[in-house]
Design a protein around this ligand. Structure first.
Ligand code: NOJ
Length: 567
């Protein structure tokens, strides 16, 4: 245990800054709000925070369109507010990593404003500019957020490339000056003491310079509907290759690993900092030591519907066997781009016990877990009911496309948009059973509406007072993990590979051996473990248990979480 790095032992918590805590009562979260809730996070048992972008931004992609890499969005506070937040977090032994968006800037970044001003501007080459072909875009590449990836700029009669929104022009990483400018920004935050970065969209940093057309035979809208909303694994698998074919020349191109190695060497000049890749591609671990320290295991959270033991076992088998030697896994079940864990892995009937199982899974699998703000109280997705409430631009695009181009009736298009919209998981944190969920003062219009289910017990204050609440369960489990070295440092050995209803595995470290059994079904399980052990000490069980445990006749209650130390 002692030779593990802080980020191998830590449990991370993602803060979506606009929605976490609003101290100045303007309907938008801010740094003072974050600072004043650090004690809450500490008592929850959180060790490290990842902040979604906190930089100045026109907010067309909710902060992932940065107009200044070395400052703080004024609505969130000042650089001094940030420094105070960082300092207060460090005083509580909480690390802080930031979001680093390298693929693109905002079109309002002064660099791009200069770049687009004339063909011979010194910053022209900081972005990707090309001539059109016979009055059309340079090729048929698509933006992953909808429509062509090329935007014509009449001022200089060329197209610029954007993998995401038109307001997010791609940076030309082949230009050494812009690279230097971004490395300077990286050093700016490292010098200030931040503990690392979560890297946004690195897979799209380079594109094929020959600009070949893609050959996908489906329209983007068809693929969007079929692939993004796939209800089953089979459906997803059917369309996944077409989705990949559409973006073949725009992702995972040569050069990106060398660039990550360069970034890693900068990070390594500093003491003990961290790089986490958004992209789940295992190759970003490099040789295990020369690129990113962590890359999210997203395939785990892509299970449609309830988690099953088969899915998890297959995921772990594949993921762990692919990791290069020495590399450390990293698991998550939700974030600001996905559906919330309570909604996604619930079934409408057993949501509460299923949410507890999801947490247990995160805290017992091998690797660093990332939690997302609000999951600790069981916040759910919130379906917006009026297109004017939406912030998430791709969802608005989908709505307009459905209504204008495909003739889909508006109510149906709204449902489609609400379901796909990332706004659904970004609503303000519900602090109390009070107007606006206690996030902002009564009467203030919050930037996204607060989910009204704060009045149904889904709020921090009420759950703190209820010993049986999900929040107190989070606290208990997070604290249990800290005391249980095998869950942090241990290896992972799956047991009972054929079991359909429950997941069982061993975690074994130098100090300790643990057995973990998670019953994902609503039925009792009678399990026979043939394990050599002289003593069994139950570390955690979600059920009342007698002190005598017989592993050969282990009876698990529906949805039970069982963790025992084997001596
Ligand atoms: C991934 C981020 O998580 C997402 O929110 C964003 O829209 C895209 N990258 C583009 O930056």
């Amino acid at each position: 245990m002692t030779d593990l790095k802080w980020w191998q032992k830590a449990v991370f918590y993602q803060i979506y800054p606009r929605s976490f805590a609003d101290a100045n009562g303007d309907g938008i979260g801010d740094f003072q709000g974050m600072t004043s809730h650090l004690d809450y996070l500490k008592s929850l048992g959180i060790d490290a925070l990842w902040l979604s972008p906190h930089f100045p931004s026109p907010f067309i992609d909710c902060g992932y369109d940065i107009s200044n890499y070395v400052d703080v969005a004024p609505e969130l506070g000042t650089l001094d507010d940030f420094k105070l937040f960082l300092d207060e977090a460090h005083q509580r032994d909480i690390k802080v990593i930031l979001d680093l968006v390298l693929n693109h800037s905002s079109d309002q970044h002064p660099w791009f404003i200069e770049s687009r001003s004339s063909r011979d501007n010194p910053k022209r080459d900081w972005y990707v500019w090309k001539d059109g072909v016979d009055g059309n875009p340079p090729n048929n590449w698509m933006s992953c957020f909808g429509g062509s990836a090329w935007k014509y700029d009449p001022a200089t009669e060329q197209y610029y490339y954007h993998f995401f929104l038109t307001e997010q022009p791609d940076i030309n990483w082949r230009n050494p000056e812009v690279k230097q400018a971004l490395w300077d920004a990286v050093r700016f935050w490292l010098d200030m003491g931040v503990d690392g970065f979560r890297l946004d969209a690195i897979g799209t940093i380079f594109e094929d310079p020959a600009l070949p057309d893609h050959t996908s035979k489906y329209s983007q809208f068809e693929l969007y509907k079929a692939f993004r909303f796939a209800e089953t694994k089979e459906e997803r698998e059917k369309y996944a290759p077409h989705w990949e074919a559409m973006f073949r020349y725009q992702v995972e191109q040569p050069g990106v690993h060398e660039l990550m190695q360069e970034l890693r060497s900068i990070i390594d000049e500093y003491d003990d900092r961290l790089l986490v890749g958004e992209d789940d591609n295992i190759e970003y671990y490099g040789d295990g030591n020369n690129e990113l320290h962590l890359a999210f295991n997203f395939p785990l959270m892509r299970q449609p519907g309830r988690l099953t033991s088969d899915w998890i076992r297959a995921n772990q088998k594949e993921r762990l066997s692919e990791l290069p030697p020495g590399a450390w896994p990293c698991n998550t079940l939700n974030n600001h781009d996905s559906t919330r864990v309570y909604t996604h892995f619930g079934d409408g009937k057993n949501d509460a016990p299923l949410a507890r199982l999801s947490l247990a899974l995160m805290l017992t699998l091998r690797g660093t877990p990332f939690l997302y703000n609000g999951e600790e109280i069981g916040m759910t997705d919130y379906m917006l009911e009026d297109i004017r409430q939406f912030w998430d631009t791709p969802a608005i695009w989908l709505y307009n496309m459905a209504v204008d181009e495909m003739g889909v009736p508006a109510p149906e298009a709204l449902q489609l948009a609400a379901k796909s919209s990332r706004d659904r998981c970004r609503t303000p944190l519900q602090w109390r059973n009070a107007p606006n969920g206690g996030f902002s003062p009564p009467g203030v219009e919050t930037w996204l509406p607060v989910n009204p289910n704060y009045a149904e017990g889904i709020n921090v204050a009420e759950q703190l007072d209820d010993p049986k609440s999900l929040l107190n369960f989070y606290k208990e489990m997070l604290n249990m993990r800290k005391r249980t070295p095998a869950l942090i440092a241990g290896d992972y050995e799956p047991l009972h590979n054929e079991a359909e209803d429950y997941l069982a595995f061993l975690r074994r470290s130098e100090e300790q051996n643990c057995l973990v059994v998670l019953n994902f079904s609503e039925n009792h399980q009678n399990i026979n473990f043939d394990l050599e052990t002289s003593a069994i000490n139950v570390i955690f069980s979600s059920q009342e248990r007698e002190s005598e445990i017989d592993l050969e006749k282990l009876s698990l209650a529906p949805f039970e979480i069982f963790i025992a130390e084997l001596a």
